[in-house]
Design a protein around this ligand. Structure first.
Ligand code: NDP
Length: 263
């Protein structure tokens, strides 16, 4: 019988994770059953417990439950601990929580030819996604990461937890970044996080973690002549790392991403 996995979130109907994991399973000759769980706000623990009791082997966790999942897991990987957010749960004797967003971003940036070592990175946002990638950016050898967030206090609080990371508001930013990464959800509501145009114009690459749409941030980058990429590659790469956490097999991502882009 196929082992059961699912993505849990609110809303979750739009999720591409079931399709992506089915491709990974097929390509690696495995059989899994991957579903969707739409849990009510405040209903994460109950839904996760029920899935586990019904024989579920693992969960992907998306908005708004990554912090609930962090609290829920008895064991945490160092990267989940750093992020204080969990996007991958493996059920076993103990419930293990991991965060694969950072690996996902760094692998996608590498496949886009972005040389992170020694670079200066502006990371916009201080929510779960931003926290999830900071550790991986630092580990990739960046010279400096600056976090900017609408709520500056939150940015400062996050920055203090990572070595070599500083924080500030959007107005104080100088045009000195090689990579400008949007880890805010502003694009989902048709907004841009407010990065000054001179900062954006100087970047080699503008990257928005939101995918499947031309966000105002990506449109502004393109209009300024800056290479602009959405977060679809990160989505596939973080999923591949989750698949590895569950199944011990690292699936090939290029073909899956190519097919997803073609859809
Ligand atoms: P959170 O809700 O935890 O954080 C949202 C962040 O966006 C906060 O920093 C918030 O600022 C900021 N923000 C929201 N609206 C605006 C706005 N209008 N202007 C400026 N800043 C704004 O979300 P996550 O961090 O979990 O996710 C962020 C985005 O990343 C989501 O859109 C998600 O889809 C995407 N994502 C993509 C992944 C991928 O694989 N491609 C993986 C993970 C996430 P403030 O603190 O001031 O409220």
């Amino acid at each position: 019988m196929s082992e059961r996995y699912a993505v849990i979130g609110q809303p979750v109907a739009h999720s591409k994770s079931p399709w992506i994991h089915e491709q990974f399973a097929r390509a690696s000759g495995q059989s899994i059953d991957y579903g969707l769980i739409e849990a009510p706000l405040g209903g994460f623990v109950r839904a996760a417990d029920e899935f586990r009791a019904a024989g579920g082997k693992g969960l992907n966790v998306t908005l708004p439950f990554k912090e609930d999942a962090y609290q829920y897991c008895a064991q945490l990987s160092p990267r989940a601990r750093d992020a204080r957010a969990v996007n991958t749960i493996r059920f076993g004797a103990e419930t293990f929580g991991d965060n694969t967003d950072g690996v996902g971003l760094v692998r996608d940036l590498a496949s886009l030819g972005a040389e992170l070592r020694g670079s200066r990175v502006l990371l916009m946002g201080a929510g779960g996604a931003a926290r999830g990638v900071l550790g991986a950016l630092v580990e990739a050898g960046v010279a400096r990461v600056t976090i900017a967030n609408r709520n500056e206090t939150k940015a400062r609080e996050v920055a203090t937890r990572f070595r070599g990371v500083s924080a500030g508001g959007y107005e104080a930013l100088k045009p000195e970044f090689d990579f400008v990464i949007n880890a805010t959800s502003a694009g989902l509501s048709g907004n841009s996080p407010g990065v000054p145009l001179d900062v954006l114009s100087r970047a080699k690459l503008a990257y928005d973690m939101v995918y499947g749409m031309e966000t105002p941030f990506l449109a502004a980058a393109r209009a300024a002549g800056v290479r602009a990429c959405d977060g679809l590659g990160m989505l596939v790469e973080q999923a591949a790392e989750s698949f590895f956490v569950w199944r011990g097999v690292r699936p090939d991502t290029a073909a899956v991403l190519q097919e997803l882009r073609g859809r």
